[in-house]
Design a protein around this ligand. Structure first.
Ligand code: SF4
Ligand code: SF4
Length: 363
């Protein structure tokens, strides 16, 4: 395929309420777009279809400059009211720059998805073959028309969304009809690669080899001893080590990648001492975290927000109760010392992950 190339705004077509570029922009099946620049770089953004579904975002996690991403792999995320929508890279390449404006004004991605709301510039490394997997020209309009009807079928009966002839899908669909369900819609339309892989392969039974190759994991017999001694099992949501072990053994990849509970572990190692099968559950928790980061470059561990706000993730309430029963005074905590907490926050703000995503830590 001969790449189209221009710095002009594309010609747009209205397809059932969605703005669709019918030249210049290539569309990826996960609803990202790619446009070739005269410099040889490729500009990347998200299409109007995705933005009409999500509505204006509160924040976003852009790909890291200098990092290499591959087509179909998660490379960026939008955040809205504490929920996350991840998107796949439309091509292989190295991130050369990100749009500084959208960091300050994430709503630009929604308001002007093909213009001011662009996200990053990529130096392609496999352009010709990547473009073969993207749609372009009039095929963009045909595909979005199919997606619009698929969306109609998907939401029918849940939100009462109708699409009569000549009508249009409403803007901010998930905001107006939250009962459609954020996760199912995101998975169905934006995470094509992950969904297709799971559908094609069924549950990935050998996931444990990928995550945690301690053979003893197979001998876990669900006894729950690890849960009974775990201080984070009283958290919200509770960390249930036994359940995580089940997910790994059964290959429930999709559930595991969205599970935040491994980040609630306080590294006390009690489960390691108690497990009768020498599964070494704490090591498994660390391995799950690493696997999640490998598979989702945009992951911001939820525990970081808690640490920023409170100075810790899990209160070990059992110890407090024990001290009280013994008539001992409570030990001071960082939460009770505002001055230290502020110093701690300043220190965290100097780390890359917090400073680049400061919108998550305000308020
Ligand atoms: S190491 Fe983590 S998972 Fe294990 S008991 Fe302690 S908090 Fe729970
Ligand atoms: S204590 Fe060990 S064997 Fe029992 S459920 Fe936990 S990981 Fe499995």
């Amino acid at each position: 395929m001969k790449p189209q190339q221009t710095s002009e705004r594309p010609h747009m077509k209205n397809v059932l309420g969605f703005q669709v570029p019918t030249d210049v922009y290539y569309l990826h099946q996960g609803h990202a777009w790619a446009a070739l620049e005269e410099t040889g770089l490729v500009r990347v953004g998200l299409d109007d279809f995705s933005q009409k579904i999500i509505g204006p975002a509160d924040g976003l996690k852009l790909p890291g400059i200098g990092k290499t991403y591959y087509q179909d792999h998660i490379c960026l995320s939008l955040f809205k009211e504490g929920r996350k929508a991840s998107f796949e890279a439309p091509l292989d390449g190295v991130i050369e720059a990100v749009n500084p404006k959208v960091r300050q004004q994430p709503n630009l991605v929604h308001d002007d998805p093909y213009g001011e709301g662009w996200l990053c510039l990529v130096k392609p490394i496999n352009l010709e073959s990547n473009l073969d997997n993207l749609s372009s020209g009039e095929a963009n309009a045909t595909w979005i028309n199919e997606e619009a009807h698929r969306l109609l079928n998907f939401t029918e009966g849940k939100a009462g969304v109708t699409l009569p002839d000549g009508g249009a899908v409403v803007d901010n669909l998930l905001g107006l009809y939250p009962d459609i369900g954020w996760r199912p819609l995101i998975r169905e339309f934006f995470l094509k690669h992950l969904t297709t892989k799971v559908l094609a392969e069924g549950s990935t039974k050998d996931l444990w080899k990928d995550i945690y190759s301690n053979g003893n994991l197979q001998y876990c017999f669900n006894c729950s001893t690890c849960v009974s001694g775990c201080p984070a099992s009283h958290g919200d949501p509770p960390l249930l080590v036994r359940n995580l072990a089940r997910k790994v053994i059964l290959g429930l990849e999709e559930e595991l990648i969205e599970d935040n509970t491994p980040w609630a572990c306080v590294s006390c190692s009690r489960c390691e001492e108690m497990c009768p099968m020498n599964v070494m559950p704490f090591e498994m928790i660390l391995s799950i975290r690493q696997w999640q980061c490998r598979n989702d470059e945009t992951l911001i561990p939820p525990a970081i927000v808690e640490i920023y706000k409170r100075g810790y993730t899990q209160a070990v309430g059992v110890n407090m109760e024990l001290r009280e029963s013994l008539g001992l005074s409570q030990l001071p905590t960082i939460t009770n010392n505002q001055e230290q907490l502020e110093m701690f926050r300043e220190m965290l703000m100097q780390t890359q992950i917090v400073s680049e995503n400061d919108y998550m830590f305000k308020g």
